[in-house]
Design a protein around this ligand. Sequence first.
Ligand code: FE2
Ligand code: FE2
Length: 207
Amino acid sequence: MMSLFPKTGTLAADVDRVLAAFGREVTRHHVPRVTQRAEELALQFGVDVHAARTAALLHDLGGIFRRDEMVDLCTALELPVVPEERRVPLLLHAKLSVVLAREWQGVDSPEILQAIRYHTTLHASATALDQVVFLADKLEWDQGGEPPYARALCAALEGGLEAGTRWMLGWMALPEARLLIPHPDLREAWRAYGLTDPSAAAREWSG
Ligand SMILES: [Fe+2]
Ligand SMILES: [Fe+2]
């Protein structure tokens, strides 16, 4: 299927063409904003800007597949599917993005593929690159307008990348986050950041 989209040498243009062909207009506008933000955060926190840019451009490409096909597709690709992903198949888009990044664009950097893989939930041993892509995706969310947490998250980031990440993870535990389901990777991230009561971290900032 992806052979229909030959690589031009310009990743941003390649990604845009695929998203347009699949009618993913919201994602098409979201991806350049996430990429810009990821580059800024990478620069600010001394993370490889090219790696951040590559991961951000490719992070949501798996969203070209239909939600109701994602479980079957992952099974066919022999990717593990956990019960939470069966209940909320959209969570699988990140794993599918990894496959497309590798197979279509030939991305072979484990660091970049990991940042794509965990951009939604983060995980227990996040690198600075993982954090940059995770936070860029949250700051430039695809729900329209500015996210309700944007200012508080930026304030938290003044304390560093770790502090920003910890704040965001805490916010995700609040009722207003309306999390569809706590993915096991997110639960492990909460534990790794010592967020036994994850919402307490966010309350520190919202007061
Ligand atoms: Fe995503
Ligand atoms: Fe995204």
